[in-house]
Design a protein around this ligand. Structure first.
Ligand code: GDP
Length: 564
């Protein structure tokens, strides 16, 4: 790992004398041309020399003619100042790759500050901050580690895993009968078990079928589903896709399919309104097969059930099929682990204070437990199930309304049981602190500018894209053109494509799936634009297909001109 001065000089094509003078300039302690150098020092010198040579070369080059302005319109949701989040200690090498600047340049700059370090040396946050400021970056200290430490999960114990009920979300195009179907399911169930029972709307409901439980999320539609997913919560095990038999596949049907697919959640199709005279279930099957949902009788593996939500036909079969798919998915949880779950919805109740519906995902939540959910903490004072009954405990998948929070948590927050209320408060306070800092950082989740770094670091192998276009023809053309940009390292994947303006649903999907949104002759509507800023989703709009292709290709090679 060591190299002698004369050997290195030979390698570099310079005289030993010249090399020694460079080394002296760098304050490296050497005696003569037989002295040996550490490997990193040798590397540093090599970089310095080749850089010097390189810069001479470029100086002699004829200046390039400036490129003509592109016919590209940028809807900027990107940060104006380049901010980076850094840990409390970082090596020069890592720092360089984070901001995409050659480590040797950083080392040189440090020398200007009178600091002599090698490429693997670690510097503290304050020094790193000063250093990268010189390159136009602003540093924020990373607090993730601390938060991760706080949120550290217990290890799963495979031998403790027991089956848990499936959690289902109903999706589909507007007016295809999602709400009616959910009502029908709840009603048949209540009627069977406890006549006259009133269903409480706590955000999710629990129904029984053949002695087994199924949990439904009460808010139908893919927006709620994906909003939770965008916050990192995976709640749904099965999607029931409602398609009206008289209307067929519509835009939001396709959106729902792509949202479910992006989440990797199995789909059961409920063909609804079969009571209607114009109902044509076969046509729906035909249309859906184009989206990869192929019925079993045609050799596929998607389950289709004909229902009439209004006339309560086929509901039992649908529930049976849900249980079947759940069984195949082998949904399991450790009932004895320290309890944790996800907040499905939360509100401030006048009489009862903050209340939140929790879907337990692990362990058993009990009255009296000390809890923390994001910035909210407290002690479980009381719990109600979806039928309004007071309960003392809730096992995995079971939704309960929890009272006893210090403030209203947000949907998507993880709720955890901790050992004491004091610990819960400390964690919540830390969360407050960290999030206040994080709010000021405006780094997109995935942006074209930074895609190359992440590819290089092996962080991503797929570039997820959502395409919206003005007409079907250009949508298809753009899809094909972009998919062709895939390389050996990175696959360009179109997770959703449709005709129409960029809407909130696109942004949520992008946020949940780490995708970028590409608009072709369309723009985001105002809500989408706002949401994109909040969710830090990168939107690019184009008028020329080749410009889009150029940008994607350039971004994947790390050649995209940064835009400030
Ligand atoms: P959502 O927007 O998907 O939640 O749809 P809704 O549940 O609000 O239903 C839209 C309309 O379709 C309502 O007028 C329902 O009464 C009607 N509808 C729902 N299911 C059926 C059905 O099975 N048969 C018939 N004929 N109408 C239905």
């Amino acid at each position: 790992s060591k190299v002698r001065v004369y050997e290195l000089a030979k390698k570099l094509g310079i005289s030993s004398k010249k090399l020694i003078s460079i080394l002296e300039e760098l304050d490296v302690d050497i005696r003569n041309h037989m002295s040996s150098l550490e490997d990193d020092m040798a590397q540093l010198i090599m970089d310095l020399v080749s850089e010097e040579k390189g810069s001479k070369k470029t100086k002699n080059e004829t200046p390039k003619t400036p490129e003509p302005p592109k016919n590209t319109e940028e809807v900027s949701t990107k940060p104006k100042i380049q901010k980076v989040v850094l840990p409390s200690k970082i090596s020069i090498k890592d720092l360089g790759s984070r901001i995409n600047i050659e480590p040797v340049k950083l080392i040189k700059k440090l020398m200007d500050f009178g600091l002599m370090v090698n490429i693997n040396a670690e510097i503290d946050f304050e020094s790193a901050k000063k250093l990268i400021k010189e390159f136009g970056y602003e540093a924020e200290e990373e607090r993730e580690d601390e938060l991760a430490e706080l949120e550290k999960e217990e290890e799963t114990r495979p031998e403790e895993l027991k089956p848990r009920p499936p959690v289902v979300t109903v999706m589909g195009h507007v007016d295809h009968g999602k709400t009616t179907l959910l009502d029908a399911i709840r009603e048949t169930n209540v009627a069977a078990s406890e006549a006259g029972g009133i269903t409480q709307h706590i955000g999710a409901s629990q129904v029984e079928k053949d002695g087994k439980t199924i949990v439904f999320i009460d808010t139908p539609g893919h927006e709620a589903f994906t909003a939770l997913r965008a916050r990192g919560a995976k709640v749904t095990d099965i999607v029931v896709l409602v398609v009206a038999a008289d209307d067929g596949v519509m835009p939001q049907t396709v959106e729902a399919i792509n949202h479910a697919k992006a989440a990797g959640v199995p789909i059961i199709v409920a063909i609804n309104k079969i009571d209607k005279p114009g109902a044509n279930p076969e046509r729906v099957k035909q249309q859906l097969s184009e989206y990869g949902l192929i019925p079993e009788e045609w050799g596929g593996d998607t389950i289709f059930v004909n229902v009439s939500a209004k006339n309560r036909i086929g509901i039992d079969t649908l529930l049976e099929m849900i249980l079947l798919v759940a069984e195949m998915a082998e949904l399991k949880a450790d009932y004895n682990a320290r309890a944790s779950g996800v907040i499905i919805e939360a509100k401030l109740d006048k009489g009862r204070g903050p209340v939140a519906t929790v879907l337990v995902q692990k362990g058993t939540l009990k009255v009296g437990d000390a809890i923390v959910a994001g910035p909210a903490y407290g002690k479980v004072r009381a719990m109600r199930d979806s039928r309004g009954r007071m309960v003392k405990s809730a096992t995995p998948s079971i939704p309960v309304e929890v009272m006893g929070f210090s403030e209203v948590p947000s949907a998507g927050d993880v709720i955890r049981v901790v050992s004491s209320e004091k610990e819960a408060r400390e964690i919540a306070e830390k969360y407050h602190e960290i999030h206040k800092e994080k709010e000021n950082i405006t780094t997109p989740k995935v942006s074209l500018d930074r895609i190359f770094d992440r590819i290089k670091q092996g962080e991503i192998k797929e570039l997820n894209c959502i395409i919206k276009a003005d007409v079907q023809g250009s949508l298809e053309a753009l899809k094909l053109a972009l998919e062709k940009c895939s390389t050996d390292q990175v696959q360009v994947k179109i997770i959703h494509g449709a005709v129409g303006a960029i809407n909130e649903s696109d942004i949520l999907l992008a946020s949940a799936s780490n995708a970028i949104v590409i608009g072709f002759n369309v723009r985001p509507d105002s809500n989408a634009k706002k949401l994109a800023e909040q969710e830090k989703v990168d939107i690019r709009t184009y008028r020329v297909i080749y410009d889009a292709v150029d940008d994607i290709k350039a971004a994947m090679k790390g050649m995209l001109e940064p835009e400030f």
